[in-house]
Design a protein around this ligand. Structure first.
Ligand code: ADP
Length: 593
């Protein structure tokens, strides 16, 4: 080979080497720049992941919901490289989205999208209808936006591209929406949308949590403010919660009861009930309106109505019971009072009928007898003037006298009934006028002496029997009270015992005149002393010595009359020691004691 051809070959080889080297350098440069690009990409991805990670850890910590919504939204704007964004929550009852957080757009647009309905021309409205992501890379060419008000507001806010991604909860429910917006037409990358989906799940969790928190807070508020005691317990009867009504009703604080057995509030003789209740619960049965008795801390027994339901865990297993206790002591008392009132009314009607019929029957019989005797007398003297024997006439007079007694008895009963009806209607009139109490008492005593001449009635006047005692009163009504006290004293004490009436003035805070009627009758037990002034109340076991039993109205009416005078009634009595019924009426100012 010639030297020149040798050199040419070498040059060619060198040239090839240089070209190869140059190509390698170019390749290296390309690889390096690709590497740099992918490093930058990696860095961005790493930054995005770190952002999501950070939000995740913030979500785990308890926090302010609004701040968390804002952070998720900021992260969405960052990963989507968008200029603006918004997050909304679905209100299922109205099927509308409500703005939770927003960034970047004009307040007027935020106000416009405060509530978004399904028929809205916005991407979020469309995503709400379809349940899938709605994307408008260019709002001007987006078919569902043409001619909508939404498009105007997109323009107003300088929005050219927008996407809305539904927030789907773990249970698969759509709970809200997250949207991002760009100032230029924009097609988001797949990777960005995948990252957004991660954020969307976080946002859905957050909304779900907020809803659960609100629901529990709502429930807790209901439980706290309920009038009924609401208590939960384990299947062994250990109390796990105790609301404030339970504290009020049973007197134990939550601290005293939680962790302790429910048997504490069950009276010992009813401990078996708890076994029955727990057995029903274990069988998954609800116990409704179970009326029973429970015991408060101070030993008081409460009538309660219980509704007890099993409490299950997420897997459906029964882990305890919730119990609602309603205090029905008052209701029971009212029911009993009603029943008692009915019973008393029945008794009253029975007695009233009997009491009214007895004198009527006697009257009828006496009148028939008197008539027959008079007929016989007339028949004995067909012509001429009657030759009646004195004996025959006396027997007729006796019948008339007996009739007068029956008429008095009837009149008293009817008057009592009429007065009781007046009191009941608030129409018992008191017509006060100046009068003499000594005279009122004297007249009443004289009348009773005439009716019961066989009885001894003493009268004692502190100022002498003749001295007047001037008061302002309804003389007839006060006479009625004295007569009632007197007839009771005569009626309930043995015939051979005297009845004593005293009249005096006393200073009992104010100056008053007092009339007292004392008898040596059976006396009245302490527990009955208040009740005898009630309408229709009669003391069991106390029987009048004469005929008839009375309607239990006299003392009730007497009390109304005396109180109508601004006075008061009273009684001193003990079984076996007789009774002193008294009343006091005010004396006019200036009366001398
Ligand atoms: P009544 O017409 O039944 O006598 P009252 O209202 O006058 O009605 O009396 C109510 C009840 O009080 C009587 O039924 C009787 O049980 C009792 N009572 C009244 N006065 C006396 C008395 N002096 N001694 C014993 N018990 C009496």
């Amino acid at each position: 080979m010639s030297e020149s051809s040798e050199r040419r070959r070498t040059i060619t080889q060198l040239q090839q080497t240089v070209a190869a080297l140059e190509a390698e350098v170019a390749e290296r440069k390309r690889i390096e720049s690709a590497l740099r690009a992918s490093e930058a990409q990696l860095a961005t991805e790493l930054a995005d992941m770190q952002l999501i990670q950070r939000i995740n850890s913030q979500l785990i910590e308890e926090g302010n919901f609004d701040a968390l919504y804002q952070q998720i939204l900021d992260a969405a704007i960052a990963v989507m490289r968008s200029d603006m964004g918004s997050m909304q929550m679905l209100y299922p009852d109205r099927n509308e989205l409500r703005l939770l957080a927003w960034k970047g757009f004009a307040p007027a647009s935020a106000a416009f999208w405060e509530w978004v309905r399904v028929d809205s021309g916005s991407t979020c409205g469309v995503a709400l209808t379809t349940g899938e992501r709605a994307l408008a890379p260019d709002v001007e060419t987006c078919d569902f936006m043409v001619g909508t008000e939404d498009l105007d507001f997109y323009r107003l806010s300088g929005i050219k591209a927008v996407q809305s991604t539904p927030l789907i909860s773990r249970s698969g429910r759509l709970v809200g929406m997250i949207s991002t917006h760009w100032r230029e037409p924009h097609q988001p990358a797949e990777r960005e949308l995948r990252l957004l989906d991660v954020l969307a799940r976080q946002a859905a969790d957050l909304i779900e949590r907020k809803r659960t928190d609100e629901a529990s807070a709502h429930l807790a508020a209901i439980v706290t403010s309920a009038d009924d005691a609401i208590v939960s317990k384990t299947l062994d009867g250990i109390v796990t919660s105790w609301n404030s009504s339970a504290e009020r009703m049973f007197g134990y604080t939550a601290e005293e009861m939680i962790g302790k057995t429910i048997l504490r509030i069950i009276p010992p003789d009813r401990h078996d009930e708890e076994n029955f209740i727990l057995a029903s619960l274990r069988a998954g049965e609800r116990v409704e309106h179970f009326e029973t008795v429970r015991m408060a801390k101070d030993g008081r027994l409460l009538e309660v109505s219980l509704t007890i339901s099993p409490v299950r865990d997420n897997s459906g297993a029964i882990i305890g019971a919730s119990k609602i206790a309603r205090d029905i002591t008052e209701r029971k008392r009212t029911e009993e009072a009603l029943q008692e009132a009915n019973q008393r009314m029945d008794e009253f009607l029975h007695t009233a009928t009997h009491e009214l019929k007895t004198p009527l029957t006697a009257l009828q019989a006496n009148l028939q007898l008197a008539d027959r005797r008079l007929q016989r007398l007339l028949a004995a003297t067909p012509d001429g003037p009657p030759r009646t024997s004195r004996e025959a006439l006396e027997s007729v007079t006796q019948l008339v006298a007996r009739n007068q007694q029956q008429v008095r008895r009837l009149t008293r009963l009817v008057n009592d009934l009429v007065d009781a009806a007046r009191v009941q209607a608030g129409k018992l009139e008191i017509r006060s006028a100046p009068c003499d109490l000594a005279e009122i008492v004297w007249e009443a005593v004289t009348e009773q002496r005439a009716v019961r001449p066989e009885r001894e009635i003493h009268i004692e006047h502190a100022d002498g029997l003749e001295a007047p005692l001037r008061i302002e009163a309804d003389a007839d009504r006060l006479g009625q009270v004295v007569t009632n006290y007197l007839t009771n004293a005569l009626k309930y004490s043995p015939d051979d015992r005297a009845v004593e009436v005293t009249l005096c003035m006393v200073c009992d805070g104010a100056r008053v005149a007092r009339v007292a009627v004392r008898d040596e009758g059976p006396g009245i037990p302490a527990q009955e002393q208040k009740r005898i002034w009630e309408r229709g109340h009669r003391v069991a076991g106390i029987k009048p010595t004469g005929e008839g039993v009375g309607l239990g109205l006299g003392l009730y009416i007497s009390r109304q009359i005396v109180e109508g005078h601004g006075g008061r009634v009273g009684l001193e009595s003990a079984p076996g020691a007789g009774s002193t019924f008294w009343f006091e009426v005010p004396l006019p100012d200036g009366s001398v004691l």
